[in-house]
Design a protein around this ligand. Structure first.
Ligand SMILES: *Cc1c(COP(=O)(O)O)cnc(C)c1O
Length: 420
């Protein structure tokens, strides 16, 4: 059979980018968790799957710890990747876990997270979720007056005291952030203008006030912007503490640290962020003794440790354009298809994981098995010439992958997830 490999692309190729990844190559195979990809696939006996490398997550945390002030608490926001084994692994590395539902609370508790260092945020907490949180003894980030009333009733009926912090919607936002979570009109938290009134309500309801939570945005690659947002968040918490019904014990400065996905994006300058947080920690010690600073990171801790691996099922040529059709796509990896909040679709860093040394290249598009043009994993990229049976790999896939994708869409099998 003649397979045209040097087909002229129908349209101009997208810009080529160097593989943005930290994985080694051995005999043409990508090495993941110390194992060659073809071996790993053989051992798992199936594609598609996500693999998360423990050593890379540990390395991320160590890099952060090296620049952060000693007393600062590093939390893992588990919505980035809620795989139970991964959460368990993170519990051993970080100081606390941030949850966003009673479902996540269960996973965090099963992973033996210390409830004193678990905090619960989210704009719509059901009464049953609030009750579960009070029973577990975790910190609840209050996001509405309704939650104050609901907790007052729960505390009256259980005899327990709810631990609460106020999630403030600030009057600023994280600049250059991929997803804005604060500033302007937002469903998250309570507008700073309403906080004085809410502090009174919390005191009146007899809830156990512990501090403030300010989350200004996420996925920022600008260290300066992150420092500015953290500084403003700290100032705001300091001002509001004058009105607090009890001493402030925790100031959660949110997160916002992003990872590079697209051509031209650079890794964050951690040193700058560390210096800024050292200054803020000194100020906290002087101006709010007893208050701990908290950083809550999801994506930054896990995104780069993960790969998504799918097998090429078919190779097709349509009017001069090569299409590699794989056994998984947006049903498992919505973000890589560009449909998870992205404004403009761009290619994630990818590779043909069993042809890393191949010099024979071509422009190809990689699509998943779904009957929709949205199911596009790589748009006209310069890739090693691949055939059915080859392994297509998407890097930077450890966060907002499997759990953030519509796995039921079109009824294909769910993907496997493994910690390596
Ligand atoms: C989503 C979320 C995070 C994590 O954001 P990342 O961008 O993944 O670091 C942290 N805190 C809260 C309250 C969130 O909603």
């Amino acid at each position: 059979m003649d397979i045209p490999v040097n087909a002229t692309p129908a349209k101009a190729a997208m810009p080529v980018h160097c593989a943005m990844n930290q994985f080694q190559v051995q005999d043409g195979d990508l090495v993941i968790g110390g194992e060659r990809l073809t071996q790993l696939v053989g051992r798992l006996g199936q594609t598609p799957f996500y693999a998360y490398d423990r050593s890379l997550m540990a390395q991320r945390v160590a890099e952060l710890r090296a620049v952060l002030p000693v007393g600062l608490k590093l939390h893992y926001a588990m919505k980035a990747n809620p795989l139970p084994q991964l959460v368990k692994f993170m519990v051993g590395l970080v100081d606390g876990i941030d949850i966003a539902s009673a479902g996540e609370l269960k996973v965090a508790m099963a992973a033996h997270a210390n409830p004193l260092e678990v905090s619960f945020a989210g704009p719509g907490k059901r009464e049953a979720e609030l009750l579960a949180a009070v029973n577990a003894g975790v910190l609840i980030n209050l996001e509405s007056f309704r939650e104050v009333t609901a907790l007052e009733a729960i505390c009256a009926s259980t005899g327990l005291t709810a631990r609460v912090a106020l999630r403030v919607n600030p009057d600023f936002e994280l600049k250059g952030s991929g997803m804005r979570m604060g500033g302007g009109a937002k469903p998250f938290g309570v507008d700073v203008e309403q906080i004085p009134q809410m502090l009174k309500a919390v005191a009146h309801a007899g809830l156990g006030f512990e501090g403030f939570h300010i989350f200004a945005g996420s996925q920022s690659l600008q260290a300066n912007a992150i420092c500015e947002a953290q500084q403003k968040s700290f100032e705001l918490a300091l001002q509001l503490s004058a009105l607090a019904p009890a001493p402030v014990r925790s100031i959660n400065l949110g997160g916002g640290l992003g990872v590079p996905y697209y051509p031209g994006e650079k890794r964050l300058e951690l040193a700058l962020i560390g210096e800024n947080l050292h200054l803020l920690a000194q100020r906290a010690e002087a101006e709010l003794p007893g208050a701990a600073l908290v950083l809550e990171l999801g994506r930054y801790l896990v995104a780069e440790a993960g790969v998504y691996v799918t097998r090429v099922l078919d190779r097709k040529l349509s009017r001069g354009q090569v299409f590699l059709v794989t056994d998984g796509g947006l049903n498992h990896h919505l973000s890589a298809s560009g449909n998870f909040g992205q404004v403009v679709r761009k290619n994630y860093p990818v590779a043909i994981g069993n042809r890393m040394d191949s010099r024979s290249k071509e422009i190809a598009s990689v699509v998943g098995p779904l009957c929709t043009p949205l199911d596009l994993l790589a748009d006209r990229m310069d890739l090693p010439v691949a055939q059915a049976g080859d392994l297509f790999v998407v890097f930077q896939s450890g966060a907002y992958g499997a759990s953030a994708s519509p796995q039921g869409f079109l009824g294909h099998p769910a993907c496997l997830e493994v910690l390596v």
